[in-house]
Design a protein around this ligand. Structure first.
Ligand code: GTP
Ligand code: MG
Ligand code: NA
Length: 305
């Protein structure tokens, strides 16, 4: 991430949850892309990474009028699969991130991989925000596209609101059974002890401004030290592959610091350390996803340059 006046790096956010709760669709909604519809069987089988520059977050949250509070240069979001066979990728994702979004389908409540994800997050003491997704599926819901959730709730009938409250209460009870206090974010007076729930829809975009703003505000407020820009490169390898015409390429998440062409790097190899020089740096376009099939077994490490 480019160095900013405030000297904060971009937080890394991992999106986790049970299969088909809408993780990829939420990212599609923020990016304005259609990745989910192109997936085989609608199932994510890879890790994906997308960079959201601050300008996009500012635009998306402008109805909440919190412009001045944006200090990070952007947000890097890692999509993970929810299918039960990809525990490994969820584990790697949750190990890499500063904060997570745990997606729960409002119509289904907590499901097996919600609980598995929750346990990974608890184990690593990772902060997270709950996206209670698919609110548009509540019977007779009146959509207000891309609206902050408070404004859209005001437009709903008494019956819709009572159904909404019933389902929220049920989910809060289910989290309580997992030993966790949760509350709708706009009622949460003890953030840090009580985890926040943001109602969202990946189809109508409702609640997305709230989710983005909360993510940014919460990381800026509680992780200043962790997010302070540093000259020491901290980098996680996602995948190593040989591309014809380019040679050996390494897909990485640059957590902190700056990489330059010509830098000497040391990476973990199966037969010991590999010392090499960066010949070229290729960065993906903002708001576009890069996908990697397997996660390099070397995992996270530090590179000194
Ligand atoms: P995996 O990555 O396979 O675990 O699934 P996922 O959590 O990424 O869910 P995905 O984005 O694939 O969405 C699953 C299905 O739910 C798709 O048919 C989406 O169109 C639908 N869906 C996702 N979000 C919403 C939503 O907010 N409202 C409605 N009505 N449908 C949604
Ligand atoms: Mg997905
Ligand atoms: Na899916």
């Amino acid at each position: 991430s480019p160095k900013q006046s405030e000297d904060l790096r971009s937080p890394i956010c991992c999106i986790m949850g049970h299969v088909d709760t809408g993780k990829t669709k939420l990212l599609d909604c923020i990016r304005g892309t259609n990745v989910q519809e192109g997936e085989a069987g609608g199932i994510t089988q890879q890790i994906g990474a997308t960079y959201f520059p601050a300008a996009n977050i500012r635009e998306r949250t402008k109805e909440l009028k919190a412009d001045a509070t944006l200090k990070v240069p952007g947000l890097l979001v890692i999509d993970t699969p929810g299918h039960e066979s990809f525990t490994n990728l969820r584990s790697r994702g949750s190990g890499l991130c500063d904060i997570a979004i745990l997606v729960v389908d409002i119509m289904h409540g907590l499901e097996p991989q919600t609980i598995e994800s929750l346990n990974l997050l608890k184990m690593r003491k990772t902060e997270f925000i709950i996206a209670l997704n698919k609110v548009d599926r509540l019977y007779d819901w009146k959509a207000r596209r891309n609206s902050p959730i408070g404004m859209t709730l005001k437009k709903q009938t008494k019956d819709v609101l009572s159904e909404f409250n019933r389902r929220v209460t049920h989910v809060i009870t289910q989290f309580k059974e997992q030993g966790l206090n949760t509350e709708l974010y706009y009622k949460n007076r003890e953030m840090g002890e009580t985890f926040s729930i943001v109602p969202t829809s990946a189809v109508t975009g409702e609640g997305i401004p709230d989710l983005l703003l909360l993510l940014v505000q919460w990381t800026q407020k509680t992780m200043v030290e962790k997010l302070t820009f540093s000259d020491e490169v901290q980098c996680t390898v996602l995948e190593v592959k040989v591309i014809e015409g380019l040679g050996t390429t390494i897909d990485v998440v640059l957590v902190n610091g700056v990489l330059h062409e010509g830098d000497q790097i040391v990476v973990c190899g199966l037969q010991g350390p590999i010392v090499t020089t960066i010949r070229a740096l290729l960065t993906p376009h903002p708001m576009k996803e890069i996908r990697v099939k397997v996660w390099f077994s070397g995992g996270a490490f530090l590179i000194s340059v």
